[in-house]
Ligand binder design. Structure first.
Ligand SMILES: [Zn+2]
Length: 161
């Protein structure tokens, strides 16, 4: 029986050698079937046909595994596209601001009738696809997600312009 095919994406790339192996399995199945057809001895022919049937079943399983992997990849692709779209939308509502020399944050862009108040978000978190609004804690501004303190704005307030 065939080894289950795992086409999950690891890192940035999918292992295409698995697809190559499945195609190679198909070629092998065809070769086995041809060999079975060329056998003239009945006993040997039955054994060859059994071997060919086994190869066909194995190939069918590989094809089913590939179809399942393909469906998973399509789903993953749709989810990643939606996530990219959301991130692009968020990116359009912020701009990089230097609130003190060498201190950068993501500043919300004022929009008429905006639901959210003007604010700053942590730049490193934002670049990782996570919006974390800076919070004032213990007299300094901190990112609630990564815990980094942010300087600037005189320490008591971040001036939003
Ligand atoms: Zn952060």
């Amino acid at each position: 029986m065939a080894t289950p095919i795992d086409l999950t994406c690891t890192g940035d790339f999918m292992d295409f050698s698995l697809i190559t192996a499945a195609v190679g399995g198909a070629a092998n199945t065809v070769a086995i079937a041809r060999a079975a057809l060329e056998v003239r001895d009945f006993t040997a022919s039955a054994a060859a046909l059994a071997k060919a049937n086994h190869a066909m079943i194995d190939l069918q399983q590989r094809m089913l595994d590939l179809q399942a992997a393909y469906a998973r990849l399509q789903q993953e692709n749709a989810e990643l596209r939606a996530r990219l779209h959301t991130m692009a939308d968020a990116r359009d509502r912020y701009r990089l601001a230097e609130i003190a020399p060498g201190v950068f944050v993501m500043q919300s862009i004022a929009v008429p009738h905006a639901v959210e108040p003007p604010h700053y978000a942590c730049q490193p978190c934002f670049d990782q696809g996570r919006r974390a609004v800076l919070q004032k804690r213990h007299g300094r501004w901190e990112c609630p997600a990564c815990g980094k303190a942010v300087g600037g704005g005189g320490g008591s307030s971040l001036l939003i312009t």
